[in-house]
Every structure is written in structure tokens, then in C-alpha cells.
Design a protein around this ligand. Sequence first.
Ligand SMILES: CC(C)(COP(=O)(O)OP(=O)(O)OC[C@H]1O[C@@H](n2cnc3c(N)ncnc32)[C@H](O)[C@@H]1OP(=O)(O)O)[C@@H](O)C(=O)NCCC(=O)NCCS
Length: 158
Amino acid sequence: MIIIRKAKLEDKVATNDAHKRSIREVCSKDYNEEQIRIWSDVTYSDEIWENSLKNDIYYVLEKDSVIEGFIHGRIHSDNTGEIMGLYFTPAIMGQGYGRKAFELVMKEILKSKPTKVIISGTKTALPFYKAMGFKVVEVKQSNIRGTVIETNEMELCV
Ligand SMILES: CC(C)(COP(=O)(O)OP(=O)(O)OC[C@H]1O[C@@H](n2cnc3c(N)ncnc32)[C@H](O)[C@@H]1OP(=O)(O)O)[C@@H](O)C(=O)NCCC(=O)NCCS
């Protein structure tokens, strides 16, 4: 059974692990080995994790009590909404939970009446974000943790 629930402080390590597994097991079809190795070498600091939970919108997805994905949304000071991260492992992908998680976060973002919601998305997630109504405004070479990967800068007008 898959459940979506608010992230808690004690979820840091398991969420970090799901993030790495998603990049390694899912995004590897669209990026090369070197890019995946550097990009997936992510370690959440206590400070960033605690601030994200305090100030942002953060849900995790659990299957059989193991965190297999997360979604992280933010409302910026200019009132723009942003999906900061959305990463699932193969254990929960393709079963409609991406849409469910996205809609849950959008419901909270929309409460602040933003004019748009943005995302710097992977090549891997492009069909998903198109299905959610986003339009690509720029294809960019983004530096993530010291490796350059192609991203789609997308917007959803709300
Ligand atoms: C992005 C991600 C979370 C989507 O999760 P998911 O479980 O596959 O999404 P869902 O099953 O809820 O799919 C939602 C919709 O997107 C569509 N979709 C998702 N992936 C698709 C694909 N590769 N090709 C075509 N359509 C796709 C589905 O058909 C579905 O459409 P519908 O609701 O109109 O029927 C998941 O693919 C993932 O973790 N990818 C790797 C990590 C990543 O790149 N994250 C993005 C970081 S910016």
C-alpha cells in the first residue's frame, strides 16, 4: 500500500536515499553515467532539511513503510510557486501517485494565489509535467552539484 503524508524531521535520511535511488534508477535512461554519479551524490544538510520542512510544502510517499518518493513545493517571496523536487523510485512510479502528489501540493500553493508555478525539470519528467499542463519556456544546461545536465525550465499559468 502506498501512502502520501507530510514529511517529518526524522524522514531526512530515508528521503535523501529515495532521491538518490530515483536519479540512479529512473533518470539514468536520459543522462550519462558521469552525470548520474555526480548529480545523485546528494546529502541533505540538517539546516536545509529543517528549513524546507518549516517553510515549504513537503510530502513523502511510503510503500510498505519505506519512503520511495517525495514532493517539495515552495512559495517564493514574489508569490511565484515552485515545485522544487519530485522524485519517485520505480516502486511507486506510473501508478498515478505523481499526479496525486502534484495536485496535493498545488492545492496548497494555490492558496497564496500565485500568478504562475515554475519548475526546472529533468528530461525524464518532461512528459509528466506536460501532462500536468506545464509549458517549456527554455531548455537550459544547468549546473547541479558540479555536473551540467539539460533541464527544461517550465511554467504553468494559474
Ligand atoms: C516525475 C515522476 C514523479 C512522475 O511520477 P509518475 O508516478 O510516473 O506519475 P503518474 O503515474 O501520476 O502520471 C501522471 C501523468 O503523467 C503521464 N506521464 C508520466 N510519465 C510519463 C511518460 N514517461 N510518458 C508519457 N506520459 C507520462 C501519465 O500518463 C499520467 O497522465 P494522466 O494522469 O493524464 O493519465 C516520476 O516519473 C519520477 O520520479 N521521475 C524521475 C525523477 C525526476 O526526473 N523527477 C523530476 C525532477 S524535476
